[in-house]
Design a binder for this molecule. Structure first.
Ligand code: ZN
Length: 380
C-alpha cells in the first residue's frame, strides 16, 4: 500500500520543468513530492479534489519587495501565499546594513520561502524620498562577500538600479563596479533597467549569462524595442548569451505597447514577476502574480509558457532547479491549484494603457512543504 500525507487528484498538472501537461495526481509525503507506482493502491491522510483545475508547482515571484517595516514600499511576504506563491525573492530592499534585521524579522518568521537579492547600496531601498547611493566607492565588497558566504541559501544574487536618476553622476561606472562585485562573490546580478543612462542594447551587452535584466518591457526612456518596433540587437545578443529577461511589471515598469512589439518580434520573457509593493498589492495593477500571469495569457503567451516563467525558469535562475518550481519526485512539496475563469476585467497601468483580460488564473489552494497554507472558501 502506497502511503501519502496529501493526495491531489483530478486536476491537470502543468510542470514545465519536466515537460508535463496532463491529467495526473500529485502525492506528498514528509514534505516532498513522491510518485505512486502505477497500479499500486494508495492510502492518503488527506485527499483534495482538483477536478476542473490546473495544478502547478508553487509559484516563484522572482521580484517583490517584502521587507515590511524596514522599507517604505514593502509588504509582508505571507500576503503572497493566497496568490499560489510559495517562494518570493526580495529584489534589493535590503543592503548589507539592514540585512540582519531583514533575516530575523522577515525570513525567519515568514511561512513563505523568502530569498534575497542584496542591494549593492548598503542602505538598500529604504525610502522613496530619494534614490539610494550608488557611489562605487561606498560598495562594501568585503562585507558583501562575507555575508554572501555566511548565507548562501538566502542571498541568491545582488541588485542594482541602473536608472539614470538613481545612478546619477556615477553612471554606468556603478553598474560596472556592481558586476565586478557580483563576479567576485559568484552571484548573478539583477539590474533594474527603467530610464537607463544609455541604450538598452548597450546595457544588456554589459550583463553576464545568468544575470537578470528586470523590468525588460518598460517604456521609460530608452526601451528594449527601437523606433522601428523591433527588439534591439544588443538585447537579442544578450539573450543568446544567457542573460535572463524578467518582466517585474509593477504598475508602471512595463507598457503594453513594448510588450506587444517584443512579442511580435518573437521575444518572450524568461521570467514573469510582479515587483509588488504596498501600493499595488490587491490593486487593479498589480494585485498579485496570478493576475500578471493572466495578463500575459491575454498578450498571447500559452498557459505553459506563463507557468514556466513563474516556476522552472526562476528556479533555475536561483540555482534551485529540481528543488522548487517543479513537481518532480523529491522536490519540495510546494503546489498551487488554480481555476481558470472567464470574465472581462479591465487592467489600466500607470502609462494609462487599458487592456481587457478575459481569462483568469484564480488561486484555489496553496500547499507549502506538504501543508495547506491557503484555501479558497468554496474550494471543496
Ligand atoms: Zn523592484
Amino acid at each position: 500500500m502506497f502511503e501519502a500525507d496529501l493526495l491531489i487528484r483530478g486536476g491537470t498538472v502543468i510542470d514545465p520543468e519536466r515537460g508535463v501537461e496532463e491529467p495526473a495526481e500529485v502525492a506528498i509525503r514528509d514534505g516532498r513530492i513522491v510518485t505512486r507506482p502505477a497500479g499500486e493502491p494508495c492510502r492518503a491522510a488527506r485527499t483534495v479534489d482538483a477536478s476542473g483545475c490546473v495544478v502547478t508547482p508553487g509559484l516563484i515571484d522572482h521580484h517583490a519587495h517584502v521587507f515590511a517595516g524596514g522599507t517604505a514600499l514593502s509588504i509582508a511576504p505571507d500576503l503572497l501565499l493566497p496568490m499560489g506563491v510559495t517562494t518570493v525573492v526580495d529584489a534589493g530592499s535590503t543592503g548589507i546594513d539592514a540585512f540582519e534585521a531583514f533575516r530575523r524579522a522577515i525570513v525567519e518568521t515568514a511561512r513563505i520561502r523568502v530569498l534575497c537579492q542584496l542591494n549593492l547600496a548598503s542602505a538598500g531601498q529604504i525610502t522613496e524620498a530619494h534614490p539610494e547611493c550608488l557611489d562605487p566607492a561606498h560598495f562594501k565588497r568585503e562585507r558583501i562577500a562575507a555575508l554572501a558566504a555566511r548565507h548562501p541559501g538566502l542571498i541568491r544574487g545582488l541588485k542594482i538600479r541602473a536608472g539614470a536618476e538613481v545612478l546619477g553622476r556615477f553612471g554606468l561606472a556603478a553598474v560596472k563596479a556592481a558586476l565586478e562585485v557580483a563576479e567576485a562573490v559568484n552571484l548573478p546580478l539583477t539590474v533594474h533597467t527603467t530610464n537607463p543612462p544609455c541604450d538598452m542594447g548597450e546595457l544588456a551587452a554589459m550583463l553576464r549569462p545568468g544575470d537578470v535584466f528586470c523590468h525588460c518591457f518598460h517604456g521609460k526612456g530608452n526601451a528594449m524595442v527601437g523606433a522601428d518596433g523591433v527588439v534591439k540587437p544588443g538585447v537579442r545578443e544578450a539573450r543568446a548569451r544567457g542573460v535572463l529577461f524578467d518582466t517585474a511589471d509593477a504598475r508602471g515598469n512595463h507598457t503594453y505597447k513594448v510588450i506587444a512589439a517584443a512579442l511580435t518580434s518573437g521575444f518572450r520573457p524568461d521570467i514573469i514577476s510582479t515587483d509588488i509593493t504596498n501600493g499595488s498589492l490587491f490593486g487593479n495593477m498589480v494585485f498579485g502574480l496570478p493576475v500578471v500571469l493572466s495578463r500575459y495569457l491575454q498578450h498571447g503567451l500559452t498557459l505553459t509558457e506563463v507557468i514556466r516563467a513563474a516556476t522552472a525558469t526562476p528556479a533555475r535562475a536561483l540555482g534551485l532547479a529540481g528543488r522548487i518550481g517543479t513537481l518532480a519526485p523529491g522536490a519540495e512539496a510546494d503546489v498551487a491549484i488554480f481555476a481558470l475563469r472567464d470574465r472581462e476585467i479591465l487592467l489600466t497601468n500607470l502609462a494609462g494603457e487599458e487592456m481587457t483580460v478575459t481569462r483568469h488564473l484564480v488561486p484555489q489552494m496553496t500547499v507549502m512543504g506538504g501543508e495547506i497554507v491557503y484555501r479558497q472558501v468554496d474550494f471543496l
